[in-house]
Design a protein around this ligand. Structure first.
Ligand SMILES: [Zn+2]
Length: 228
């Protein structure tokens, strides 16, 4: 081997090691004690239903989800305060169209994200534990819509947690009704400051989510410590 090619190989080796090391640096989810020390803007608050056209169906608090197991001990919707306000704004947008918002998931403790990864190891649909989920930051919601007249769910391109290409936010291989409903949902959520997620029509991230830490605070801990 000529000396020049040995140097090139050494350089490639160093680049590979650096890249590998960076990619494998895991997030450090904050525990409850660390959470308490955070500024209020990172704290989580429960959804208030009163006088709002919002209802909940927290799938991971039941066995009716892709894992076929109950992951959460009880149904709970927690988000940061700005994300909650954004959600109320999106619901107001829908109310004018005689529609309501239904929530399937919101803040998710990091421990639950690890459970999901053990079942579906596909980063298009489930967060890698090394990165943590957007839901772990209290800035993400999974939602759909229902009619305020009939209380029936609106037709959407797929069911919730359908891990196929049909679930993509801009997929066009579905009925005109489903596309129209998905567009209304996207417009409503964007009016509340949420961003569309490319691979899941039901998932939305509140603006600035990247600045929030990954949390591993249980619903029980949040419930006990929620401010009245
Ligand atoms: Zn989601």
């Amino acid at each position: 081997m000529v000396p020049g090619s040995r140097a090139v190989l050494l350089l490639i080796g160093i680049m590979f090691v650096c890249r590998f090391t960076t990619a494998q640096t895991p997030v450090q989810p904050l525990n409850f004690i660390q959470y308490l020390a955070l500024p209020d803007s990172f704290h989580l608050y429960p959804l208030e239903h009163s006088d709002k056209n919002i209802k909940t169906d927290i799938k991971y608090a039941t066995a009716d989800n892709f894992t076929r197991k109950q992951i959460y001990p009880f149904a709970a919707v927690y988000l940061t305060s700005p994300a909650l306000q954004g959600l109320y704004k999106a619901a107001e947008y829908l109310k004018k169209k005689n529609l309501g918002l239904i929530i399937y998931d919101a803040y998710r403790p990091y421990t639950a994200t690890v459970s999901f990864w053990e079942i579906i190891q596909d980063e298009r649909y489930v967060a890698h534990p090394d990165k943590g989920s957007r839901h772990n930051r209290g800035c993400a919601v999974d939602v759909s819509m229902y009619s305020l007249e009939t209380l029936e769910l609106c037709k959407m391109p797929t069911a919730y947690d359908d891990f196929s290409e049909r679930a993509a936010a801009y997929d066009m291989i579905c009925s005109a009704d489903a596309i129209a409903n998905r567009t209304i949902l996207q417009e409503a959520m964007q009016s509340g400051g949420f961003q569309i997620f490319e691979t899941e029509w039901w998932h939305f991230d509140f603006t600035g989510w990247k600045n929030h830490p990954v949390l591993d605070v249980s619903f029980s801990e949040l419930k006990i410590n929620s401010k009245p």
